[in-house]
Design a protein around this ligand. Sequence first.
Ligand SMILES: Cc1cc2nc3c(=O)[nH]c(=O)nc-3n(C[C@H](O)[C@H](O)[C@H](O)COP(=O)(O)O)c2cc1C
Length: 211
Amino acid sequence: MIDSKTISSWERFYRGNFINSLSGFKPVSLIGTKNNNGQSNLAIFSNIVHLGADPPLVGFVNRPLEAGGHTLANIETSRFYTINHIHSSFAEKAHQTSAKYDGGVSEFSKVGLHEQWVENFEAPFVAESKIKFGLSLQQIIPIPLNNTYFVIGKIEMVFVDETYLLPDGFIDMVKAESLCSSGIDAYHTVSYLDRFAYPKPNLPVKKIDNK
Ligand SMILES: Cc1cc2nc3c(=O)[nH]c(=O)nc-3n(C[C@H](O)[C@H](O)[C@H](O)COP(=O)(O)O)c2cc1C
């Protein structure tokens, strides 16, 4: 057993790696925004969570503003942003977006990813991403406990190729080769295990045919 006193005595980076890994595998995506001057911004985020399907809400945690803050500032002003899945083919470019670039430069051009714009939607998508969605800001909840922010958006549009869409609405992210992450710097390809039907008390678990 490792107690909290021991954990807090650890060197900062060791403790960071340990605690960041502990909550398990996470989604990892690129968030696209634009600032007041029309300058695009792209940054990688893994603290992304599904909040509900009706209305369709997704949240993410933005770190304290000293860590950067362009994404959050842009979302506050433009009210729109995009979340774009990452695939193995551009994992390194996606990781590089976490570098502290100036607000005046676009990570798209710095890392070599391409902007995709939709008419009347105030945020850029990542052209290379096979699964991506656009959101409108609903709420920003400051968390004074550690100076972070929980940002809630409503899904306004989705781009997903039909190849990855199953008849029952499930999205096959293994086929799309979307990555997931762990810790703060590890990326994983994923293999499929099973889908299970809605469970009922006292009945055996039923598998779903995922085709
Ligand atoms: C794999 C990975 C996941 C990250 N996840 C988050 C996250 O969930 N929230 C966050 O605020 N920063 C996260 N970051 C750090 C941001 O990408 C980084 O602070 C970035 O510079 C923010 O850019 P911005 O100032 O353009 O918003 C992550 C970095 C990496 C490498």
